[in-house]
Design a protein around this ligand. Structure first.
Ligand SMILES: [Ca+2]
Length: 156
């Protein structure tokens, strides 16, 4: 994980642009005559090409990257802070990032978008029985690990 600190005294809308993908802990401290209060939130910055589209098919599948059973994906060891992305193919066969999240050493649960079979011309997500592609973004190296791994989709 990376940490970043900046003071924005007097700014009502402080902003910062993150250059590198990864997990960041963002804290905002407001100070006034009654004292101060701090709130923190974890944000995940997507690697290039990992743009997730909103799922509007109403078909959602949940997958989990476990903490104990999975220490590597496709031979790539997972380290806390690495990003794990699930990719489906669109109608042209291109790999589209369906969803991704940060693996922090505990189980990572993600909702994946399923394709609506009624809209045959558009492939919005995973079709039934489709293999999926998993990529790992190595946060400390700023690279997507390769080779990519294909796993069989197991919808219940
Ligand atoms: Ca469809």
């Amino acid at each position: 994980m990376e940490f970043w600190r900046q003071s924005n005294f007097g700014s009502t809308n402080p902003s910062h642009t993150y250059v590198n993908p990864g997990v960041y802990e963002v804290c905002l401290t407001a100070t006034g005559s009654c004292g101060s209060d701090t709130t923190c939130q974890s944000v995940v910055i997507a690697p290039p090409g990992w743009d997730v589209q909103p799922c509007n098919t109403g078909i959602v599948h949940t997958v989990a990257v476990l903490s104990d059973a999975v220490t590597s994906i496709g031979g790539q060891p997972l380290e806390p802070g690495d990003l794990v992305g699930f990719f489906h193919t669109d109608a042209s066969g291109a790999n589209i990032c369906n969803n991704f999240g940060a693996w922090l050493g505990a189980a990572l649960t993600l909702d994946l978008c399923g394709d609506n079979p009624a809209t045959a011309a558009v492939k919005e997500g995973y079709a039934f029985g489709e293999n999926f592609l998993v990529k790992v973004w190595k946060t400390m190296q700023n690279i997507t690990s390769s080779p990519a791994t294909y796993l069989k989709m197991l919808w219940g």
